[in-house]
Design a binder for this molecule. Sequence first.
Ligand code: SAH
Length: 381
Amino acid sequence: MIRSGHPWIYAEALVPPPEPLPAGAVVEVVDFSGRFLARGLWDPGSPIAVRVFTREPGEVLGEALVRGRFLAAAERRAGILADGVTDACRLVHGEADFLPGVVCDRYGGVAVLRFDGDAAASLRPWVVRAAGAVPGIGRVLDRPFSRTRRSRGPASRGTAADEAPGLVVVRENGLTFEVDLGRGHKTGMYLDQRDNRALVRSLAGGRRTLDLFCYVGGFTVAAAAGGAGPSLSIDISKPALAAARRNLGLNGLSADERELVPADVFAWLESSESRRRTWDLIVLDPPSLAPNRSSVRAAVGAYRRLNAAVFRLAAPRALVLSCSCSSHVDEAVFRKTVLAAASDAGRRVEVVESRGAAPDHPVVSSFPEGNYLKALLLRIV
Ligand code: SAH
């Protein structure tokens, strides 16, 4: 696995180091004959004990390497921002950009960082400096998601990220969204659904639209901008729905005939209320239902019931965009589950397209776990 480029080494695969090492220590992993395999960062508190940064024996794991990879990753995204209608995208996507555990999203001139685990968090000062060097970035924020805030030695002084977040307004394919950088999900919004929102916009014309788990209305706004008919958007979070309403307003889209309803989607789908109407376009984008390996079976059952309930609400020839962001439920299993759900609901569906995250969230061959977001576009036939 290591030789084929996989960036994670589990603790159970290693002979432990002779003495305890702190999180973020640079370690060399050797095979049983003592031959160099990889160099990475140590995390004693995680089942992933080593995050591999290089398999080149001579490559130093230092600030120059981190900065070089960070800036190269940001540069690869330049095309996404080049047309001037989008100013928010992921700049660094962890493992896929050879910076395991490091995520950086750009919201206009603000870079928002997230570190997955203590090993990656130890790179904070270097990453903050690299983010600040990206052309157009004026402010670097650090979402305090990691469990500890240990840093890489004295170098951390004076390089802390700006800690006071707030609201920014960003553009996505010409649409405007407010983003709460302090409290929003992920680093602020679901940038990974950008292209799928554009797809929904292109398909929405005249369609009565149901947006389930709508959050701050990404798909709702996209559908409205695409000329959708009446819409109903449901999320359990009232602050998210309030933001969805403001996002409609920011785009000059009337809230008339656009209902934003706070409810538990699972309960709503069970209720007679949901069966009063049918829809021509349905977006189903639930939170991850499988947080870990052991919950996969239960999650598959939940996806199946959820999708079946949704297919029952679809009008003839309706389009359904069914998403899963559970990395533990792979593409093949998800597709099978959704198709089984269609037959549970007594509907015949056609798979129009199978999609994933936008290309600023790339999937690389050495890290198949990165293929977390699946989006199936189906048509009732
Ligand atoms: N489609 C959105 C992202 C959805 S994220 C976008 O493109 O931006 C998942 C959403 O599900 C969150 O907003 C969360 O508040 C909501 N949620 C979680 N559990 C829920 C439940 N049981 N019922 C309704 N909404 C729920």
